[in-house]
Design a protein around this ligand. Structure first.
Ligand SMILES: C[S@@+](CC[C@H](N)C(=O)[O-])C[C@H]1O[C@@H](n2cnc3c(N)ncnc32)[C@H](O)[C@@H]1O
Length: 385
């Protein structure tokens, strides 16, 4: 099942590729909405059912509730199809009773599903990072903003991008050959290091599918790119070909590579929970748990140490994650700096980033005009000698 694939770590985009092409846009919307309103639908199920049921039956009910309120499919066919499907899990009666109860009180449950309920841990982490209530409220309200707007970056005229943000549907129709679509927070992180990277030799060690490498290159850096995922590398190469960019792109595991003293700068856009992309990928909100974060965190720390051994004296490591969780951001850098006293933190100039300890978070409120942004964390470390 598609939701299972997402729970195991795939993005919704990838998880639906096995579905019939015609069904994909509909499935995408329903699954996104399911994750976005997971807390709401689980509370409805709890209210209507006092006995413990199997998790597949509960999932069928949750998805059916979303379809009842967010699709134009006739409600009785949603119920019938769900009951039929529940036979696979020996729960047709249970699913039938709950869904008919929802239909009986359709208006009451409409208000229960309207306002997105945010998990406590998600709230706690945001409040830890941003001190302003205005920013908290902006972020919490942005969960319901659809479609999320992206921006278009141009290789020849990157300054113009702030003004070129329109809805994704329009953008994709107008997209020019030498341009690519990305989140505005992503752009701001790389823009904030523009002066540091000009004419420098940079290794982008987690580079695919290439968004940041394209920006580095358009800001005048000489970039070499590696990534250890074959399918990601293929996507990256085809993006670079379309942009007619002559980047060195190689499938390689950074942790097994030796680039000692080769580069002035290493960009470590580390694999992470992607919590900062919660508007586009609402499933990440369900993944804020210690085990999931620990697996990411161990790798982030390992990659940072490896980068520190490879970088030239006086060279920089740019550490970025699209997350706002303390474990993947502030704690990774603080722990590293405690043990590695031969590194300094570099100050960044941007009124769209907020400083916290030894790094910076994008401020989604500063992109209000464009509908907000994803949340990124960036910290730049300089090797003293
Ligand atoms: C956050 S994504 C990078 C996004 C990319 N920088 C961009 O802006 O388009 C993290 C990437 O790290 C790659 N990765 C994970 N472990 C790696 C390793 N040991 N060596 C190289 N790449 C790795 C993943 O395949 C993934 O593409």
């Amino acid at each position: 099942m598609t939701t299972e694939k997402v729970n195991k770590g795939q993005s919704v985009d990838n998880a639906i590729t096995s579905l019939d092409k015609i069904k994909r846009p509909y499935a995408f919307l329903i699954i996104q909405e399911h994750f976005r309103r997971y807390q709401n639908t689980i509370e409805i199920v709890k209210e209507l059912s006092h006995k413990k049921s199997n998790s597949n039956a509960v999932l069928i009910i949750q998805i059916a509730i979303i379809m009842i309120y967010f699709s134009t499919k006739p409600v009785h066919s949603i119920v019938n199809d769900s009951v039929e499907f529940a036979k696979n899990f020996k729960a047709p009666g249970y699913v039938n009773v709950i869904l008919r109860s929802v239909l009986k009180e359709k208006d009451k449950f409409r208000s229960a599903i309207k306002e997105i309920k945010i998990g406590n841990e998600f709230k706690r982490q945001i409040i830890k990072i941003y001190s302003s209530k205005k920013i908290h409220n902006f972020i919490f309200n942005s969960l319901d903003k659809k479609p999320v707007n992206y921006q278009i970056s141009y290789l020849d005229d990157t300054q113009a991008i702030y003004d070129k943000r329109v809805s994704i549907i329009d953008d994709l129709k107008k997209i020019k050959k030498q341009s690519w679509v990305q989140d505005i927070g992503n752009y701001e992180c790389i823009r904030s290091v523009k002066k540091l990277i000009k004419n420098k030799n940079i290794l982008d060690c987690c580079a695919a599918p290439g968004g940041k490498s394209f920006l580095l290159s358009s800001f005048g850096a000489n970039v070499d790119c590696i990534d250890n995922q074959k399918n990601q590398i293929e996507k990256f190469k085809s993006n670079a070909d379309r942009l007619e960019l002559d980047l060195k792109i190689k499938k390689q595991d950074f942790l097994r590579s030796n680039f000692k003293n080769v580069y002035d700068c290493i960009l470590l856009d580390a694999p992470c929970s992607s919590l900062g992309t919660f508007r586009r990928n609402p499933d990440v909100m369900l993944k804020i748990n210690k085990n999931f974060l620990k697996s990411k965190n161990d790798k982030q720390a390992l990659m940072l140490i490896h980068a520190s051994k490879m970088i030239k004296p006086k060279g920089y490591i740019i550490y970025i994650v699209c997350s706002f969780h303390m474990d993947e951001t502030i704690e990774v850098i603080d722990k590293f700096l405690k043990k590695n006293t031969d590194f300094n933190v570099i100050e960044l100039q941007s009124d769209k980033l907020i400083k916290k300890n030894n790094g910076y978070f994008t401020n989604p409120l500063s992109f209000k005009k464009f509908g907000g942004s994803d949340i990124f964390y960036i910290s730049v470390l300089e090797r003293k000698n």
